[in-house]
Design a protein around this ligand. Structure first.
Ligand code: HEC
Length: 447
């Protein structure tokens, strides 16, 4: 269970290498000790290709393309600024605490950040175009991301068309649509939420598609979306039961800033396990964990953030059975700054599992743990969540620090909860999972 310690050591090592590389004056040194002067073609383009152009292309959600020297050159200083502050790429996990291995890690290494900075400081030279990396194939704007790995979806469900008004304010669209296309109950393997292209990608802020089964049984959340989080794939052998038939309750939050359009339709692609195959572990997908005063208080009742002030809220949840965590996705609004998820084990030991310390409401990022490090928690573990709200003028996206802020669903009001991908397991499965983890750690220490 302590395998994340491993990664701390890794990042300290990385930091040491970085300090050696950058020297004290902030200029970079090459391995032979001579000054390293990064150029676009050889040093910068590969980083942008790997970490930026998936959004910064003419069809992507980034405001400007970053695919050629001519496009990138005018933004050199801004690129240094945004990457140096770790605002770009959008990945707001605290690199100094908690688990650091993720399936979807978008962050830059310290060394990449230093390269971009040294390049901008050095006058952003082009270098020899012969050293440019080979062009990469970008996913078409309307494509399913998961199709590359899983093939086309087994079933696609659609919302009803919505006319988007360009008023720059929150709009909600909550159509009910019959759920058709399944002949029998099936086990869900993966789901992807896809706003229309190109309109929806720019105006759908977040949403869910929840199945209300025909027999009146428990509702099943098929997909939850936020800018920065569009798909969910359960680990091999884990699935969610989807009853055939019922109604899909769509809950779509539009936030169109100056953009309008007609007939916007959102789609969700579903991938199932083969018919008749039942996965070993049953998950409910992402579950909501409140981070506010629980004890019988109505949700959000204790969110009261003073003007020019801060508020810290906590929520605790005792695990009634052992569990495996797959992902962590904090949800706050414009004053939200930090959310921490800590495990307090039955023996009293505490461990920070994840901390997002540069939260930005624009992005709803699910931090998806790598399989080798995902937390396996015994029954009785307390999951403790802590949020910090910043209503001061130091918060760059604070619309008005003079206001009191309370709970509400508009972006200018607040919320305080986490979506955690969680699978509850029984004691036997827990013992097995821990044994597997130990065996894995032993192979690491042998190498
Ligand atoms: C997941 C999509 C995504 C990725 C990946 C991404 N960006 Fe962005 N970028 C955006 C969006 C959207 C904005 C505008 C909104 C915002 O600032 O959050 C933006 C804004 C910026 C800005 C500020 C532009 C301005 O005019 O204010 C810079 C600079 C930038 N990105 C550089 C980068 C660099 C460099 C990388 C890679 C190291 C990167 N971005 C990766 C989506 C992305």
């Amino acid at each position: 269970m302590n395998s994340y310690r491993q990664t701390h050591r890794g990042s300290i090592l990385q930091l040491a290498v970085f300090l050696v590389l950058t020297g004290f004056a902030g200029s970079m040194l090459a391995q032979d000790g001579s000054a390293f002067a990064p150029v676009y073609a050889r040093d910068v383009a590969p980083i942008l290709q790997q970490k930026c152009v998936s959004c910064h292309n003419p069809d992507g959600i980034g405001p400007m393309p970053l695919q050629t020297y001519q496009q990138v050159r005018p933004f050199a200083a801004l690129i240094k600024d945004r990457t140096g502050k770790r605002m770009m790429p959008p990945w707001h996990n605290d690199p100094t605490t908690g688990i650091q291995q993720f399936k979807n890690d978008a962050s830059l290494s310290e060394q990449q950040i230093a390269t971009l900075a040294a390049w901008a400081d050095g006058g952003a030279p082009e270098g020899d175009p012969a050293n440019l990396p080979a062009p990469i194939q970008l996913l078409a704007g309307g494509a399913w991301h998961l199709a590359e790995e899983l093939g086309p979806p087994d079933l696609i469900i659609k919302s009803r068309p919505y006319d988007v008004i360009a008023n720059g304010q929150d709009q909600w669209w909550t159509p009910d649509v019959p759920f058709e296309g399944l002949e029998s109950d099936r086990w869900l393997r993966a789901a992807e939420f896809k706003p229309s292209y190109p309109l929806g990608k720019k105006v759908v802020h977040h949403g869910h598609a929840v199945l209300q089964p025909a027999d009146g049984g428990r509702a099943v959340a098929l997909a939850r979306y936020g800018v920065g989080k569009s798909w969910e794939m359960y680990p091999q052998g884990t699935g969610m039961l989807v009853p055939a038939g019922g109604n899909i309750a769509w809950n779509l939050h539009y936030f169109p800033v100056g953009i309008e359009g007609e007939d916007d339709v959102v789609e969700v692609g579903l991938w199932f396990y083969p018919e008749g195959q039942q996965p070993e572990l049953v998950t409910n997908g992402e579950s909501m964990f409140r981070v506010d005063g629980l004890n019988g208080m109505a949700r959000g009742q204790d969110i009261i953030i003073p003007p020019h002030g801060y508020q810290v809220l906590q929520g605790t949840h005792v695990l009634q059975s052992p569990a495996v965590l797959h992902s962590f996705r904090p949800h706050m609004h414009m004053r939200g700054k930090v959310m921490t998820m800590t495990a307090i084990y039955p023996d009293g030991r505490r461990e920070v599992l994840s901390q997002v310390n540069k939260y930005n409401h624009t992005w709803q990022i699910a931090y998806i743990y790598a399989d080798e490090v995902k937390p396996i928690l015994p029954r009785g573990t307390v999951l403790q969540f802590t949020t910090v709200f910043d209503n001061t003028a130091n918060n760059p996206i604070n619309p008005d620090p003079n206001q009191w802020v309370v709970f509400g669903r508009r972006g200018v009001d607040e919320m305080s909860h986490a979506w955690v991908g969680i699978t509850y397991i029984d004691e036997e499965q827990y013992v097995q999972a821990i044994a597997q983890r130990r065996a894995y750690q032993e192979t690491l220490s042998l190498n």
